[in-house]
Design a protein. Structure first.
Ligand code: AKG
Length: 288
């Protein structure tokens, strides 16, 4: 096994490592260590059953269940993202072919499940790439002025803002229930990794609606500047998917986005969320 930074980027690739074979404890520990430091790990050209995906998830942390009950696959921990329909005409999974702008998952929960991976099964010829931006690098390269503005700042993270509160006719009961069950939550905009003391920015465009004690126009301006800084090319890894690629990331220390793709192509990826060890990873805390 070799673990290398991809093109000098923050993301790393684990090479020559078939995940369908039993993983030695020392290799598993090395993988967890690099993942903890860099936040995005790539394994290319794997051929994994859902049972093997679950075994991989358990090597990283504790796989968890999704709120989106309509996107489930065979194993309850595995969901499908796809624009394809099954033989019954129903969508096979979620998110279809639309572009997804920069975001981080579950920031609107009091205790986000931060580990996540995608496993590519069928990919479009064009489009559908996924990108990740390092929030460690972003914090470490902030100008003194931005660092001063963000250190100690508390943001409001809103599920309602993220999904839109206007329920339309045809929206299912699950969506109304989730909106009712998910009030706004406050998290610090800078979090500290418990083991190393390293700091990471924590922002989520379209979800952070304000900053405590700051007028709305100033907060909006600060959030825009932080996003522009965080997503500049030097902080971003773009993944051009091939079948069998597995990309693991930590939502507490990276943002991600996806390019849209034409409806004429099929795309199917499998996804799992994983609780990471809170003594070794940032779990965004609730701010008072
Ligand atoms: O489909 C992708 O590549 C990314 C999906 C995504 O952004 C998400 O599931 O949060």
């Amino acid at each position: 096994m070799r673990i290398e930074a991809i093109g000098g980027n923050f993301a790393h690739e684990v090479k020559d490592f078939p995940l369908w074979e039993p993983v030695a404890d020392a290799d598993a520990a090395a993988i967890r260590d690099v993942f903890r430091e860099c936040g995005v790990l790539v394994f290319r050209r794997q051929a994994l059953s859902e049972g093997e995906l679950l075994t991989f998830g358990k090597m990283i942390g504790e796989p968890d269940l999704y709120a989106e009950t309509g996107w489930l696959s065979t194993y309850p921990e595995v969901i499908i993202l796809s624009n394809m329909r099954g033989q019954d005409g129903e969508m096979l999974g979620g998110l279809a072919n639309k572009p997804l702008t920069w975001h981080t998952d579950q920031s609107y929960y009091t205790t986000p499940v931060t580990g996540c991976f995608l496993y590519g099964v069928e990919l479009p010829e064009e489009g559908g790439s996924t990108s990740w931006a390092s929030l460690y690098r972003s914090y470490e390269t902030l100008s003194p002025e931005l660092a001063k503005a963000v250190d100690g700042a508390i943001g409001t993270f809103s599920f309602a803002a993220r999904v839109g509160t206007n329920l339309k006719q045809g929206d299912n009961h699950d969506r109304a229930k989730r909106l009712a069950e998910t009030p706004d939550v406050k998290h610090p905009l800078v979090n500290i990794e418990p083991g190393t003391g390293r700091k990471a920015l924590y922002i989520d465009p379209n979800t952070v609606t304000g900053i405590d004690g700051m007028p709305q126009d100033e907060a909006d301006d600060l959030l825009d500047r932080l996003l522009a800084h965080a997503t500049q090319p030097a902080h971003v890894y773009d993944h051009d998917w091939g079948p069998g690629d597995l990309v693991l990331w930590d939502n507490a220390v990276v943002l991600h986005k996806r390019d849209g793709f034409s409806e004429k192509y099929n795309r199917l990826v499998k996804r799992m969320i994983i609780n990471l060890d809170p003594s070794r990873h940032i779990i965004p805390p609730v701010a008072a």
